[in-house]
Ligand binder design. Structure first.
Ligand SMILES: [Zn+2]
Ligand SMILES: [Zn+2]
Length: 287
């Protein structure tokens, strides 16, 4: 939440195929990315949770640097209500009347807002002191060929197997071959990111069955009154969301500067949900 000697403000980078999705863009994000060995131009989409400084102060700087590095694509930025005006306003404050790179800014609310053949993105409104949304990234389910079965039938490698994989039934030697009998469905991986909210039903809906939930835990339960006052989650509440939405793994982030280390936060969460760790700067996770 606040810069400390050890911790930067918010920024989570997801690399998936040709896509670089940045969740929030706190101050100092460019230097963090350089230290982590991530090229700024790898960012294709920025998903802003809400317009509070610790989540967006890095945005004008990043856009300016992308312009200076001949960023060749359209940067997509998503965010809650009013995001267009806020981004244009911050650029104008620096004397930039027209975005220096192709920029597509889209407001998101509840539900699906992006989809391609590989993955889809959805959002859900949360409850904070300003409009705020949580995000899910989910791979499309895909079909895997059951090699033992297709070998037995005698289908050779090639376009027919491709059709089965796409979910189509085919014909082989005058007989119908069903994709359901020759393929298995591999569930797509899911990541949910929830920051700056009180515990709401939407948190559970959004994170349902995620392989990984990255969730704020600004305070431990000892400070639950403060969490309520500033509309944040305690570690225990984050763990309750993880348990209720049956996620596989929970990573906590966005800690108050009062915590010099994260032991108290982690222990608080572990009273409810065991597969939990606290994030640290430059942490890498493979899903
Ligand atoms: Zn925050
Ligand atoms: Zn906030």
């Amino acid at each position: 939440m606040t810069h400390t000697k050890e911790r930067n403000q918010s920024g989570i980078f997801l690399k998936y195929k040709g896509e670089g999705v940045l969740f929030d863009c706190g101050e100092g994000i460019q230097r963090q990315m350089k230290i982590a060995g991530i090229k700024l131009t790898d960012v294709t989409k920025i998903l802003i949770s809400h317009w509070h400084g610790d989540h967006v102060l890095g945005l004008p700087g990043l856009i300016q640097s992308l312009a200076a590095s001949e960023y060749a694509q359209t940067l997509e930025v998503y965010g809650p209500k009013n995001i267009q005006n806020q981004i244009r306003g911050v650029l104008q404050a620096f004397g930039v009347q027209k975005p220096p790179i192709p920029l597509r800014i889209q407001e998101v609310g509840d539900g699906l807002f992006f989809e391609n053949n590989d993955f889809f993105l959805s959002s859900a409104s949360l409850e904070h002191s300003v409009p705020c949304v949580g995000y899910s990234f989910q791979e499309q389910d895909r079909r895997r060929i059951r090699l033992d079965i297709v070998k037995k039938i005698g289908i050779p490698e090639g376009p027919l197997l491709g059709e089965l994989q796409e979910g189509k039934d085919i014909e082989w030697k005058g007989k119908k071959v069903k994709c359901e009998e020759t393929t298995t469905v591999v569930k797509g991986r899911k990541l949910t990111v929830i920051v700056d909210t009180v515990a709401t039903r939407n948190c559970i809906v959004l994170a349902k069955n995620a392989d990984l939930l990255i969730c704020e835990a600004t305070y431990s339960s000892k400070e639950k009154d403060k969490a309520k006052q500033y509309k944040h989650l305690t570690a225990k509440e984050s763990a309750q969301i993880a348990a209720k939405s049956s996620v596989e793994k929970l990573i906590l982030t966005h800690f108050s500067q009062r915590y010099k280390n994260t032991q108290e936060i982690e222990e608080d969460a572990r009273t409810v949900f065991n597969n939990v760790i606290c994030a640290y700067d430059f942490m890498r996770v493979t899903l």
